[in-house]
Write a protein that binds this ligand. Structure first.
Ligand code: PMP
Length: 307
């Protein structure tokens, strides 16, 4: 079965799906994106991702391409057409197509909307979570608006590649003041020796992860104290536990930083408990696709419990 993508109103096999060569996403990285985890056919954390998408579009003055309800329908349709049970859905909205010029097209053009889906091998994903990952640290060389989820990801891609080349699963990025901002595609967390969870406060320095927000909530349910503040590499090296959060990794323990073991070098109890708590809550709130008996396929927002 070919993978199916959505491009500006059409559902197409990947081989036929394309955007214009003068799309501003292509020439200027003038585009924003979101990634949803799909578990048991349900999209996780949908309202949070839609809210952040709107914020990113607003910050860049890109027009909102369609209502949240219409977009949710497209996302579900992509899940359905790809028969996706567990995986990721990727949405990208660019400013649109115009003859190349740095300034925005005037009058404005319609944004380009792309949605794709990718399957996750759950066995591999679970094995990775059970083992934990190691991270390396690198200077954060990105721009000053990391809070906007733009496709301008070259520094992130370079950092991830550097991590991969050393056998690490993620790179934690460090600001010139010595504090860790976040991972190349995840938020960074530590558990201090006196059992306080620390993750950097939301600001222009990091992407305010939707999983990060859900885990802050999950932590309060687990009666854990959370401090949203910057922490240094030294503080991380002395931590009891460390972990990353993202839509694709959920909560994944960090067992070593720059080759130095964290705790006993195995995923910690708090990271494991938060992974379970996060997934339980996210699955309960997930939006699943349901077929109608007759007529066109529609998406209904339902609370569905996933075993
Ligand atoms: N920071 C960066 C730089 C990211 O790319 C991501 C993942 N897109 C995150 C944090 C985590 O965000 P979320 O939990 O919304 O996936």
């Amino acid at each position: 079965m070919p993978r199916i993508a959505y491009v500006d109103g059409a559902y197409l096999p990947h081989a036929d799906a394309a955007v214009h060569i003068e799309d501003r996403g292509n020439q200027f990285a003038d585009a924003v994106y979101e990634v949803w985890a799909v578990r048991a056919g349900g999209l996780l954390d949908t309202p949070g991702h839609l809210k952040r998408l709107r914020r990113s579009l607003g910050e860049l003055h890109i027009a909102v391409p369609m209502s949240d309800d219409a977009l949710t329908l497209v996302l579900h349709e992509i899940v359905r057409r790809n028969r996706l049970r567990d995986g990721l859905v990727y949405l990208q909205v660019s400013r649109g197509v115009a003859p190349r010029d740095h300034a925005f097209p005037s009058p404005a053009v319609s944004p380009t909307v792309i949605v794709t889906a990718k399957r996750t091998d759950m066995k591999t994903a679970e094995a990775r979570a059970e083992k934990g990952i190691s991270v390396i640290t690198l200077p954060d060389i990105r721009w000053g608006r990391r809070d906007i989820k733009t496709v301008s990801l070259l520094p992130n891609a370079l950092a991830k590649q550097a991590a991969k080349e050393t056998g690490a699963g993620e790179a934690w990025l460090i600001d010139p003041d010595g504090t860790i901002t976040e991972g190349s595609s995840s938020n960074a967390w530590i558990l201090t020796p006196d059992n306080v969870l620390v993750t950097r406060a939301a600001s222009n320095s990091i992407l305010n992860g939707i999983t990060r927000l859900a885990v802050i909530e999950a932590a309060s349910g687990e009666k854990l104290r959370v401090e949203e503040r910057a922490f240094t590499r030294d503080e991380a090296l002395a931590a009891k536990e460390a972990f990353v959060t993202s839509a694709s990794a959920h909560v994944t323990a960090v067992v070593a930083i720059d080759g130095q073991k964290i705790g006993d070098g195995r995923p910690g109890a708090v990271a494991k408990a938060l992974r379970t708590a996060y997934l339980t809550a996210a699955r309960q709130n997930s939006v699943a696709l349901h077929k109608r008996e007759a007529g066109p396929l529609v998406a209904r927002r339902t609370k569905r419990r996933i075993p």
